[in-house]
Design a protein around this ligand. Structure first.
Ligand code: SF4
Ligand code: SF4
Length: 157
């Protein structure tokens, strides 16, 4: 008899623990996003479409090291690196990414590429509107991912 009572008590306690979050949220204020009429509110760490970052000088942070591509479990990053020259400097390193594609038909937004990057060149943005009828348009090119050149400082003489 004692063991049955103990089992019933344990079951009730377990159920109460399991439903604690459910009950707490049942009586909370309902949050409805009226997308697309109003913009969606993202959590700061939301992993959306990637952004290729620039440094304070406006140079591309990507140095074409391929570490992001090597870390990607979905094998969806394609890079072609090229050398910077005195006449044409694209990044602060020896090399830069001449081609940088991400195939969003394969990307699982795991963030491994972001973690692997030694120069913080690739980050997740908040872009999410990827739906398309044309699978080829899910291959995003460097030009689509690169941060605009808004913060470029004038070169010092
Ligand atoms: S988020 Fe993950 S799957 Fe997507 S490109 Fe980066 S490493 Fe690959
Ligand atoms: S994004 Fe980062 S990890 Fe990927 S090639 Fe560029 S510098 Fe290397």
């Amino acid at each position: 008899m004692a063991s049955i009572l103990r089992e019933v008590t344990e079951t009730i306690v377990t159920l109460a623990k399991g439903f604690r979050v459910t009950f707490r949220n049942m009586w909370g204020k309902t949050v409805t996003e009226n997308y697309p009429e109003t913009p969606v509110h993202f959590m700061p760490r939301y992993r959306g479409i990637h952004v290729l970052q620039r440094d304070e000088q406006g140079l591309e942070k990507c140095v074409g090291c391929f570490l992001c591509s090597a870390a990607c479990p979905a094998n969806c990053i394609y890079i072609e690196a090229a050398e910077n020259t005195d006449a044409t400097r694209i990044s602060a390193g020896e090399r830069y990414a001449r081609v940088y594609n991400i195939d969003y038909s394969r990307c699982i937004f795991c963030g491994y590429c972001v973690e692997a990057c030694p120069t913080d060149a690739i980050t997740h943005g908040h872009g999410f509107e990827l739906a398309t009828y044309d699978i080829n348009s899910l291959i995003y090119r460097k030009e689509q991912l690169l941060q605009p050149e808004l913060h470029k400082k004038p070169a010092t003489v």
